[in-house]
Design a protein around this ligand. Structure first.
Ligand code: NDP
Ligand code: MG
Length: 385
């Protein structure tokens, strides 16, 4: 039996993970499940899996969670520290699927136990990549990429020496506005932005896909996971989302990983690695798909790509600042407070005005993150005044 914990169990990735685990209940023992505010869903999942502990991020919901778990024997905990404590309990396999930099501390705590961490929470790696990779190394932990592109690259690398890699090609669907003209982008609504053509995902990553900041974050994520040099990581738009990414070797042989756009495929890969398990996912029907298209990304209409590459090249705290400003701007866009094009504008403004020394510890990352959030808030106040 494999012990598993899922951080962000009530989200899109968390629920897909639970779906796989519940198909083979004898193979897994659930240690911890967590959520931020969705008490009912968290309690239901904890009861269904017989979890040892359930943690709700919002401290004020402790009583509600206790009530929802009454009589189950499942421990109810609440608050940010409780999330970290649950991660420190350790499990053979931990899914890191909290959204945003809020996942950083629990993910670091899980890595420090030396187990396997399946990483969906890209924002934590973008913000603290160097420190996170170092913590994994020091603890002997295994960090497995769940983000579909990075999982694809991991599979295409198949343990090869990075010296033999000439290019990593990150594919991007281009999102719902791939063909929209720039002068028609200002009026994009949150409902339009979260309607991704190929993937069903949480609201934040759906907006990131629409601005293509998601691909920018993934560029930084790839640079930490597969350090081949930023100039060797390219972005290619592929609207069908069938090829999830590619690796070109120095002999010019290129390997690609393909599959239906269903996150349960990369999650299952990380769950079973180095083995394989069966999934209920649709087989790929290439005859029906008929054709695969490719095009270069357009940095004019998607400035987030340029901003993320610049932050990646700058290194230090810049990726954390980029990420924090983006988190604030996306939340404001989803709340109807700012326009679609304001998102990248706010990120650029904060990156231009604020820089911080290279973080030596997680607290330095969180301090840069907090200051970038304050500054993004100030830009927004000017915009909406
Ligand atoms: P969702 O918004 O669907 O789920 C987020 C999860 O995190 C929920 O369980 C939520 O709890 C919890 N959460 C949110 N904020 C906090 C907080 N402050 N403290 C603790 N827990 C919190 O997101 P997704 O599942 O779509 O994405 C999760 C991560 O995986 C993101 O980093 C995303 O970029 C990445 N990812 C997602 C993919 C996808 O297909 N969805 C694909 C590749 C990567 P509650 O429900 O209570 O709010
Ligand atoms: Mg992805």
């Amino acid at each position: 039996m494999k012990s598993v914990s899922i951080f962000g169990a009530t989200g899109s990735v968390g629920l897909s993970t639970l779906d796989l685990i519940r198909r083979d209940p004898d193979a897994y023992r659930v240690v911890a499940l967590t959520a931020n505010s969705d008490v009912d869903n968290l309690a239901a999942q904890a009861r269904a899996t017989g979890a040892q502990v359930a943690v709700i991020g919002q401290e004020r919901l402790h009583g509600a969670l206790r009530e929802a778990l009454a009589g189950s024997g499942i421990e109810a905990a609440a608050g940010e520290d409780a999330l970290v404590e649950a991660a420190a309990l350790g499990a053979d396999w931990t899914m890191a699927s909290i959204v945003g930099c809020a996942g950083l501390k629990p993910t670091m705590a899980a890595l420090r136990t030396g187990g396997t961490v399946a990483l969906a929470n890209k924002e934590s790696l973008v913000s603290a990549g160097g420190l996170m990779m170092e913590a994994a190394r020091a603890a002997g932990a295994t960090l497995l990429p769940v983000d579909s592109e990075h999982n694809a690259i991991f599979q295409c690398l198949a343990g090869s020496d990075l010296d033999s890699v000439s290019r990593i090609i990150l594919t991007a669907s281009g999102g719902p506005f791939r063909t929209r003209r720039l002068d028609e982008m200002a009026d994009i609504t949150p409902a339009q932005a979260v309607a991704h053509p190929n993937w069903s995902m949480g609201a934040k990553i759906s907006v990131d896909s629409a601005t293509m900041m998601n691909k920018g974050l993934e560029l930084i994520e790839a640079a930490y996971l597969f350090p081949v040099g930023l100039d060797r990581i390219e972005i290619l738009v592929h609207p069908q989302s069938v090829i999830h990414s590619m690796v070109e070797y120095r002999d010019r042989s290129t390997l690609a990983q393909l599959g239906s756009p269903d996150m349960r495929i990369p999650i299952a890969h990380a769950l079973a690695w180095p083995d394989r398990i069966a999934t209920p996912c649709q087989p790929l029907d290439l005859a029906r798909i008929g054709r695969l298209d490719f095009e270069a990304p357009d940095p004019e209409r998607f400035p987030a790509l340029r901003l993320a590459r610049a932050a990646a090249n700058e290194g230090g705290a810049a990726p954390a600042i980029l990420n924090a400003a983006n988190e604030v701007a996306v939340a404001a866009f989803l709340a109807g407070r700012i326009g679609f094009l304001d998102i990248a504008m706010i990120v650029e403004d904060v990156l231009d005005r604020y820089s911080a020394p290279t973080p030596c510890a997680i607290d330095d990352v969180l301090a840069a993150d907090a200051q970038a959030r304050v500054m993004a808030g100030e830009v927004m106040e000017r915009l909406t005044a």
